[in-house]
Design a protein around this ligand. Sequence first.
Ligand code: PAF
Length: 304
Amino acid sequence: MMGMNVGIVGGGAMGQFLYTQLQQKHLFCLTLYTRTKEQANQVSQQGIYLYNGNQRKHYSAIAESIDKIKQTDVLIVTLKQYALKKILPILYCQEFQNTTLVFLQNGMGHLEEIEKLPQSKIYVGTVSHGVTKVHTNEIIHKGIGPILFGRFRGIDNNFENHMLTFNQEKFPLQFLSDFQKVLLDKLYINAVINPLTALLNVKNGALIQNENFREMAHSIFEELDLVFSFQEKKEEVWHSIVQVIQATAHNESSMLQDLKNNKLTEIDGIYGYIMREANKKKKDIRYIPFLYNAISGLERRNLQ
Ligand code: PAF
């Protein structure tokens, strides 16, 4: 099982974290593809620093900028949904026809674009590790969570077998055939936690510790139920969201961090999709569009 070439696209927290973890068994020849040449140079020259509690680990790395991307067995795309336009056109080139593609984005809005791609093996998935980028090549790992790969199209047994050798308590991962469920479960979590914590400027835990905020979180959940009809699963879904809030109580959601850092948020990928679904199903929702406008407005103000 040697020598699979794997490109990780995106030099954010998730891309760098996956690089450090997948490098460990020397099963993959890895390249990290970053948006800027400057970041690629820095990562190649200095490697990646991963902080975990009081520990600091150093990993050497090979990085290139995205425009240098070349033929590879697998491409793991960790860019945020709104940044996918940087990579999607490249994937139509002949040299990527046989590449297995793995898309790890929050939300569901990107599926329509992925559907059009010509590749025969495509995965979509979610990563629930708490990782934050602090500098160009420095990341902090704050919490363990599962990595779930949903089989969107075809199966690459070689890739799955290679990946499954990494599955362990501190790096749990799974391949599932029901890709919709993989993405929806994470969508419900992100929909309840991210916009509200970003607007209120609170850590995730506040959504259950503060009674008023909990009620607000529950109102969003009720609207999700209206759109996605949880039926007998309703309690289970709410419970799974509460569990994530508890597990990440001391963390700031990625959307709050994005707003604080004056970056684009994932509001379109998360709420944009839900609002389109509500529209299709003729469901009258209020809180979600209200929050959508709040976050979009803050984003716009910060980016001006
Ligand atoms: O986006 C995030 O911040 C995370 O996915 C989660 C699980 C909501 C925890 O903060």
